[in-house]
Ligand binder design. Structure first.
Ligand SMILES: O=C(CO)[C@H](O)[C@H](O)COP(=O)(O)O
Length: 233
């Protein structure tokens, strides 16, 4: 029996498996996270070694930093009228390919870039798959002004909110838009559309990490190799 692959090896497998979807001349959205990091490394290599030319937009300052280090040329989202393809990771994905994103805190820009993109692909290792999403907390991005009032309303709704803190700190985490994040912990969600509406309609909420019917394809990293599933045209 072979040695079991680590989660990072599965992440690398799907990061690299997504590379052939990127064609010369495309306008590409680059997601955020440790899985996408492998994709961006691979893209940098293709650009250096094959002279591949694409135009890229990022979904976070973290990915911007990595792209800059690799010499991948970037433009702003407002510099393009649309994107051809966006490749991103996810924290949890259910049987209908709805997901939770924002473990890395970038779901606002990620959702904006996803919306601007003709095609969206998620790359995930198989541990992210679940029957119903929600055991991974749903990140909710809040305007800092009056955020404690939003926190109390989420508490009253029974959504078990917790403040997102900056790494190794007791300070609140700040997003690329300088907002704060409250993670809610609903447990496995019965009705994702109802929670989506409940959260987005709360005053003070900018965006949340529920991504419903937002992908065209998904590449799943499995021990036996990457599995690509076409979700919708
Ligand atoms: O939504 C995200 C960042 O906001 C990431 O895509 C998500 O957290 C998955 O990250 P990773 O690839 O590190 O597991």
């Amino acid at each position: 029996m072979g040695v079991k692959m680590t989660q990072d090896e599965l992440k690398k497998m799907v990061g690299l498996a997504a590379l052939p979807f990127i064609k010369p001349g495309m306008k590409i959205g680059l997601g955020t996270g440790s899985t996408v990091k492998h994709l961006v490394d691979g893209l940098g290599k293709r650009m250096r070694e094959e002279g591949l030319q694409v135009t890229c937009v990022t979904t976070s300052s973290i990915t911007t930093r990595q792209a800059n280090e690799l010499g991948i040329p970037l433009v702003g989202l407002d510099d393009v009228d649309h994107l051809d393809l966006t490749i991103d990771g996810a924290d949890q994905v259910d049987e209908n390919f709805n997901g939770i994103k924002g473990g890395g805190g970038s779901m606002l820009w990620e959702k904006i870039v996803n919306t601007a993109s003709d095609q969206n692909i998620w790359i995930v290792d198989e541990s992210k798959l679940t029957e119903r999403i929600g055991s991974f907390g749903v990140p909710v991005e809040i305007v800092p002004y009056g955020a404690s009032h939003v926190f109390r309303r989420l508490e009253q709704k029974g959504l078990k909110p917790t403040w997102r803190l900056a790494k190794d700190s007791d300070q609140l985490y700040r997003t690329d838009e300088n907002n704060v994040i409250i993670d809610v912990h609903p447990g496995p969600i019965d009705d994702v559309n109802a929670l989506d509406q409940e959260l987005i309609n709360m005053v003070g909420v900018v965006e949340h990490g529920l991504f419903i019917q937002r992908i065209n394809d998904i590449i799943i990293g499995r021990e036996q190799g990457p599995e690509t599933i076409h979700v919708k045209d």
